[in-house]
Design a protein around this ligand. Structure first.
Ligand code: GDP
Ligand code: MN
Length: 387
């Protein structure tokens, strides 16, 4: 799960990180009213789950009610396109109206889970504000890292080192930077984040240290123990098909290719995608129906996969262990009747009740169904069908 900037700012503020005052609104009039409540300049910011807003024109400094009105109208009326959104862009439904700050310098501070080292890593850079991926690629030395011991967490000397790596020499500013780093680590730990990032952290000409943008991702498997995060969940920003799958206890991941994959088990999903790629195809998604799939679940899975126009062929790859092959076969037949297959569906079934499944499929005589003898055969056939 991701948080919006305004939500991330709230969590940071509670952890003691200084954040400028702000309001979140969803209409142009409310945006103008929010401007009236803030003293001085404001920054109007689209609240969407994608970065690169500044360059896309969706972060605007405004010093009058008219400027706020124009900015709000533009952002709520246009889809935002940035390198992180894809060409279709995303609709903006909420705006943050924040007190603007004068910036002397911009910094980057983040905590992410380092999966290779199996520890959180705190990363800081003096080159904040711009895309950090670019800095990592062209000037990796400009990012200073410290790994956190899983039990000891952030140790004082690490925190001091990170703050001085940001280039602060003034005692007050060093302490302020340490407070920010500690606060960010606290949020990361308290809320089971996989990422907690401030970009940029800024120093004002008065020497104040403030977080003016934040991004957070949370571990979905830990959401059950964070009521606060559950309340923050914004379904309108999620991929609708992934949401629909979740409602039916299916795991659906959207990808870029044109072959839909219906499988049971994450491991089988991975090998199915590998073998499709090996034969020159590209998966459009994978839908994992899980071990204990029901006929209804499997039919819903077909509905989800077939509702995606990108999908030009489907590979059904089921190993009948707990899930029985005849259940899947029945679901296939029911789905064919209900939805009507307009594209080829290659089927590879193996395991419990496979004989019965084959009989059912043969008797149903669905013209779009292409039986496959094994996984290689299935991959070859589906790649040929969509070529
Ligand atoms: P992002 O592009 O989606 O990461 O959005 P940010 O919130 O990080 O804003 C992008 C850039 O806009 C920042 O790096 C700043 O340079 C600028 N910016 C954002 N807020 C303010 C502000 O309050 N004052 C000033 N002067 N610039 C700002
Ligand atoms: Mn930013």
């Amino acid at each position: 799960m991701k948080a919006h900037e305004y939500q991330a700012r709230a969590l940071l503020a509670e952890a003691g990180v200084p954040v400028p005052s702000s309001d979140v609104v969803d209409t142009v009039d409310e945006a103008v009213a929010a401007y009236g409540r803030i003293d001085g300049k404001v920054v109007v910011k689209a609240q969407v789950f994608a970065g690169g807003r500044g360059k896309a024109g969706f972060v605007k400094l405004c010093d009058s009610a008219d400027a706020v009105r124009d900015a709000a109208q533009f952002m709520l009326g246009n889809r935002m396109v940035s390198p992180q959104t894809g060409p279709a862009g995303i609709a903006v439904k909420k705006l943050l109206i924040a007190a603007a700050v004068d910036i002397e310098s911009e910094y980057y501070v983040a905590v992410v889970l380092d999966r290779a080292k199996r520890k959180p890593v705190v990363m800081v850079s003096r080159e904040g504000g711009v895309e950090i991926e670019e800095v990592a690629r062209t000037n990796p030395g400009a990012i200073v890292k410290r790994w956190l011991h899983p039990h000891l967490g952030l140790i004082d000397f690490q925190c001091a080192k990170l703050a001085s790596a940001l280039g602060f020499t003034d005692k007050g500013q060093l302490e302020a930077a340490q407070k920010v780093i500690r606060g960010l680590v606290k949020v990361f730990n308290d809320y089971d984040c996989s990422l907690a990032e401030i970009n940029p952290l800024v120093r004002t000409p008065d020497g104040e240290i403030l977080a003016i943008d934040a991004k957070m991702n949370f571990d979905d498997n830990a959401l059950f123990r964070h009521k606060r995060l559950q309340e923050m969940f914004d379904p309108t920003e999620e991929n609708p098909m992934e949401l629909r799958a979740k409602e039916h206890d299916l795991s659906y991941i959207a990808l870029d290719g044109n072959i839909g994959c219906l499988v049971n088990g994450a491991g089988l999903a991975m090998s199915t995608m590998d073998i499709i790629k090996l034969h020159g195809g590209e998966p459009a998604n994978f839908l994992d129906v899980g071990g204990s799939v029901t006929a209804e679940g499997a039919i819903e899975a077909f509905r989800i996969i077939l509702s995606d126009d990108k999908v030009k062929g489907v590979l059904v790859n089921i190993f009948g262990g707990i899930a029985k092959c005849d259940t899947i076969a029945e679901a296939l037949i029911a789905a064919a009747k209900e939805i009507g297959f307009k594209i080829p569906v290659v089927v590879r079934l193996e395991g419990t009740n496979v004989e019965r499944a084959r009989e059912l499929l043969e008797a149903a005589a669905i013209p779009q169904l292409v039986p496959a003898s094994d996984l290689t055969d299935a991959a070859e056939k589906v790649c040929k069908e969509v070529a």
